[in-house]
Design a protein around this ligand. Structure first.
Ligand code: A3P
Length: 304
């Protein structure tokens, strides 16, 4: 192995890295949910930041370009983390988010990478709303590998090692993709969950802004929708230090490893980058797993 793997721990059988806090995790199940709570939930590297930005701006009253300047981690804090310097990915001492969120004003927007069965019990009982964004698994592996290359607090294996971890149920971070995504998909018709896909956001961003607004019961003028879309395009989010942490003076040290590295948190944002990384053999292995594990679902993805 070229370097050590990121430090990790297990909670209820799921492997987490040190962006997640055990004390916070233990408080999630009994977290008191409010009717107007909104949870943005995604598997890692599947469009979380994008969904956070859309939801936050859809919910923002007043000046959207001002709202867009506030760090996403502040607008949509991570449920399973500590509030520490550097936000979710700040390491060290801090207060578990579920404690801080108790006194946060409504409506609360919160983010999570947790599998469905680890969400607060009251959310699973139908309280609050969840917007779930999924992405084709091949691009997720590539994006995760590049994230690990970029982050200062994570050590990073080679592409081959990270690929192997990803397809190994016990080693995959934040749960095994083929467990987590079908579990959320089984809840796609629950009244409090909206299931969207990264590839659909790419194809029709405006249509999805409208869809999300409708789901959240927000009535936005055409002009307001245009403003949200303008602040959620790839180029707008790449240039915005509140969404692309690699360009944020306070967070650059965490979200940017190598001096002069081309890697950024908002990186390429494409569908099909996996073709630049997968060997023919890796593609065969992953497709075999996918075929077997997804056999019982009607969930499909676009790969290019
Ligand atoms: P890539 O690494 O493939 O570029 P997450 O927010 O869950 O960590 O997901 C990160 C991925 O979303 C990255 O993918 C990032 O570039 C992409 N992304 C973020 N904002 C985007 C946007 N506005 N349009 C397209 N992709 C975006």
């Amino acid at each position: 192995m070229s370097q050590d793997r990121p430090s990790s721990f297990y909670f209820k059988g799921v492997r987490f890295d040190n962006a997640v806090n055990l004390k916070a995790l233990e408080l999630v199940d009994s977290f008191e949910v409010r009717d107007d709570d909104v949870f943005i939930s995604c598997y890692i590297k599947s469009g979380t930041t994008w969904t956070q930005q859309i939801v936050s701006l859809v919910c923002a009253e007043g000046d959207i370009s001002e709202a867009s300047k506030v760090l996403l981690q502040v607008r949509t804090p991570w449920l399973e983390s500590l509030q520490a310097s550097g936000g979710r990915l700040g390491v060290g001492e801090g207060v578990p988010r579920p404690i801080l969120l108790k006194s946060a004003p409504s409506p609360r927007l919160m983010s999570t990478h947790l599998p469905y069965h680890l969400l607060p019990q009251q959310v699973r009982d139908g309280k609050g709303k969840i917007i779930y964004c999924a992405r084709n698994v091949k691009d997720v592996v590539v994006s995760w590998h590049n994230m690990r290359r970029m982050m200062q607090h994570m050590t990073c294996g080679t592409w081959e090692e990270n690929f192997q971890d990803f397809i190994t149920p016990d080693l995959a971070f934040y749960g095994f993709w083929w467990d987590v995504i079908p579990e959320y998909w089984r809840h796609k018709d629950d009244g409090n969950l909206l299931f969207i896909k990264f590839e659909d956001l790419k194809r029709d961003l405006r249509g999805h802004v409208v869809k999300i607004a409708n789901f959240l019961g927000k009535t936005l003028s055409d002009q307001r929708i245009d403003q949200v879309v303008a602040n959620c395009t790839f180029s707008a989010m790449k240039e915005n230090p509140a969404t692309n942490y690699s360009r944020n003076p306070k967070l650059q040290k965490i979200f940017g490893k190598a001096e002069g590295s081309e890697l950024e948190f908002v990186r390429k944002g494409e569908v099909g980058d996996w073709k630049n990384w997968f060997s023919a053999e890796e593609n065969k292995i992953l497709e075999a797993i996918h075929k077997e594990k997804m056999a019982g679902t009607d969930l499909t993805f676009e790969y290019e």
